[in-house]
Ligand binder design. Structure first.
Ligand code: PEP
Ligand code: MN
Length: 304
């Protein structure tokens, strides 16, 4: 059925389709290739809360093999009474920690009026699930010349999702990364239902890289690791994972945030799954061992 829905739309899509670029698209984020042979791990807190919180989390996820830092400064919360993010101060902290750790940063832009400020502190602009069909915002990021991580709307079909990506590409921005983050179903025991079907379906119909967010996709920290492995087994190009040093104290999404130790365990397992499906992963044991040995050697440069 979904194939038929996408195929119905496909003749009217031209830029996102697999036929437009059969070999696939690889997006370079300051030396980190998304969509290439290596699976990419993006991790960090749901929300930027303080300098100490962001720096500690960034260092921990980097040590475990993450190569891109996530963190929300503008938070589109379901309730107006929930923490809405540190906003401009959050952007300042992201820029600071990016400089301190060398990790590229992905953060959400909720409003076209914030584009300039967010672009100055980020390497990837995230469009959240709630804004996937915000046409004005899609058109504005379409005019930018920086990578966009477009999350799937929580009730969007794959055909609608690809049309949203087409908006961005139609503006001239070729650097779109797709992210399956769970959809609304009748099942209430998880926050969303992670749609693993979307991975092979999107890979078949589009040349754009596809990553998976098992954190929002499940809503339970104990489910994140198995679903992360399943996503890589199904062909995802990377993962977006929420990590917090003290999940019960998190200002948002503590229920599905992993501790740094849990994230390190996830990366080890994901590296094994990646190897089993013919993909590389920087969280493999040899790379991490080489990194920590070099980190112990004064003056050593680690190129991973
Ligand atoms: C997020 O990644 O911080 C987020 C808000 O996710 P989503 O848009 O998928 O709900
Ligand atoms: Mn979150």
């Amino acid at each position: 059925m979904v194939v038929e829905q996408i195929s119905d739309v496909e003749p009217r899509l031209c830029r996102v389709t697999r036929e437009a670029r059969p070999a696939g698209t690889v997006i370079d984020i300051r030396g980190v290739a998304i969509g290439g042979p290596e699976v990419v791990l993006i991790a960090g807190p749901c929300a930027v809360e303080s300098e100490a919180q962001l720096l500690a989390t960034a260092r921990a996820v980097k040590a475990a093999g993450a190569t891109i830092l996530r963190g929300g400064a503008f938070k589109p919360r379901t309730s107006p009474y929930s923490f809405q993010g540190l906003k401009a101060e959050g952007l300042r902290l992201l820029a600071l920690v990016r400089a301190e750790t060398g990790l590229p940063v992905v953060t959400e832009v909720m409003d076209a009026r914030h584009l300039e400020a967010v672009s100055a502190c980020a390497d990837i602009l995230q469009i959240g699930s709630r804004n996937m069909q915000n046409v004005t915002l899609l058109e504005e990021v379409g005019k930018c010349r920086m990578p966009v991580l477009l999350k799937r709307g929580m009730s969007a079909t794959l055909a609608e999702y690809l049309q949203a990506a087409e908006y961005i590409m139609n503006g001239g921005n070729e650097q779109v990364i797709l992210c399956e983050r769970g959809i609304r179903t009748f099942e209430p025991s998880t926050r969303n239902t992670l749609d693993l079907n979307a991975i092979p379906m999107l890979r078949r119909h589009t040349h754009l890289p596809v990553i998976v967010d098992p954190s929002h996709g499940t809503g339970h920290s104990w489910m994140v690791r198995p679903l992360a492995c399943a996503a890589i087994a199904a062909g995802a190009d990377g993962l977006l994972v929420e990590v917090h040093c003290d999940p019960p104290a998190a200002l948002s999404d503590g229920a599905h945030s992993l501790t740094p130790d849990e994230f390190a365990q996830l990366t080890t397992e994901v590296a094994s799954v990646a190897a089993a499906v013919g993909r590389a992963c920087r969280a493999d044991r040899r790379t991490l061992a080489a990194r920590s040995a070099a980190a112990r050697t004064p003056g050593a440069q680690v190129h991973t």
